[in-house]
Design a protein around this ligand. Structure first.
Ligand SMILES: NC(=O)c1ccc[n+]([C@@H]2O[C@H](COP(=O)([O-])OP(=O)(O)OC[C@H]3O[C@@H](n4cnc5c(N)ncnc54)[C@H](O)[C@@H]3O)[C@@H](O)[C@H]2O)c1
Length: 326
């Protein structure tokens, strides 16, 4: 069985990926700095579940600090079969306010994780990237060959930098790299700074549902379990490949609100505001490469996935209703 390093392990995708690896019989060292980019109670909730599992070891540290490469025995003493680098500052809008922190975590952090591979003999690196990298006017559905050279915000630019530094380590040190470009991911214990969690909370609690623009913008959504499965499949040796993951089921923001209204049986109090210039109007992935190379087939459709998120919210409602959705 394998031994893996997962960064961003208390994060939305990292927690589910770590859990799935452990369920498959692997062991996981998880790193997270538990920052407050969004309400840390969500991270603590996910981490607590992981820490109850045999085979999970946690390091609280910052991947952007160079010292992380050598200061933990769990990193230095036992060779990893793969590093899955999910830790990042995520979020298009906040990257406009504080680009520095995005460059530190996403570029320097990726460099440090590649150095862990180089210095400690790990041959496989999986890097989380983003659909935001495709800029303003890609073809839809977007294939991996679409231009990623015109990022619209520091977030996308930082992921481009991370992909590029990973490529250079592949070239120089023959580290096998798979870049997975995620589209919009959702599911139980999802990020409270993203639409899906906020809408479920706001509609359930009868709070106003704030929408940027007229709600006609759309997103290709993918359930977190499908993303975790694809991320784990990306651990296989491939050389250097960039693979879209998710974003195949497209719905408008208004359509999403309607679906949540139906599934919760509650009516949304929608408030439309000005559009956000850092946002893309739509995204939709061409996932044929993921199907061919990873044998990836998403299994959870949008309705079922949202129902799971609502069920999770209702179970955790006592504390989840207090989670900040700024
Ligand atoms: N959720 C999506 O829809 C989506 C879409 C595209 C790309 N991504 C990418 O997928 C990855 C995981 O995203 P997520 O949605 O789980 O986000 P998340 O914010 O829930 O998870 C990221 C985790 O990394 C940790 N982290 C951030 N900077 C760190 C640092 N310097 N050192 C240590 N830990 C640090 C955070 O505390 C957090 O727990 C990210 O790289 C993100 O850019 C996510």
């Amino acid at each position: 069985m394998g031994h893996y390093l997962v960064t961003g392990a208390a994060g939305f995708i990292g927690a589910r990926t770590s859990q799935m690896l452990i369920e498959q019989g692997h062991t996981v060292v998880g790193i997270d700095n538990m920052n407050n980019a969004y309400d840390p109670r969500m991270k603590e909730h996910r981490l607590k579940k992981l820490q109850a599992l045999d085979g999970f070891q946690f390091i609280r540290d910052d991947i952007s600090e160079r010292g992380i490469i050598n200061r933990h025995s769990a990193i230095v003493d036992r060779k990893f079969d793969g590093v899955i680098n999910l830790a990042a500052r995520a979020g298009v809008r906040y990257s406009v306010e504080d680009p520095w922190v995005f460059l530190e975590s996403n570029v320097t952090g990726t460099l440090n994780m590649l150095e862990i591979c180089r210095q400690h003999g790990c041959r496989k690196f999986v890097l989380a990237s983003t659909s935001s990298i495709y800029g303003a006017n890609p073809p839809y559905p977007t294939p991996e060959t679409a231009s990623s050279s015109e990022p619209m915000q520091p977030y996308a630019a930082s992921k481009k930098g991370a992909e590029a530094i990973a490529h250079s380590y592949h070239h120089l040190y023959d580290i096998d790299v798979t870049v997975v470009r995620y589209f919009t991911v959702y599911g139980p214990a999802g990020r409270p700074d993203l639409a899906m969690f906020r809408f479920v909370k706001w509609i359930t609690e009868g709070e106003p549902v704030r929408i940027y623009g007229d709600g006609q913008q759309s997103r290709g959504f993918t359930y977190v379990d499908d993303i975790a499965r694809g991320t784990i499949a990306a651990l296989k040796p491939l050389g250097y490949e960039i693979i879209n993951l998710g974003g195949h089921e497209v719905v408008t923001i208004n359509g999403l609100v309607e679906m949540i209204e139906e599934l919760t049986g509650k009516q949304a109090k929608v408030q439309y505001g000005p559009p956000n210039l850092a946002d893309m109007f739509t995204n939709q992935a061409d996932v044929s490469k993921a199907r061919e190379m990873l044998g990836w087939n998403p299994q959870v459709n949008l309705r079922e996935g949202i129902a799971n998120l609502i069920a999770w919210y209702n179970e955790e409602r006592e504390w989840a209703k207090e989670v900040l959705t700024l």
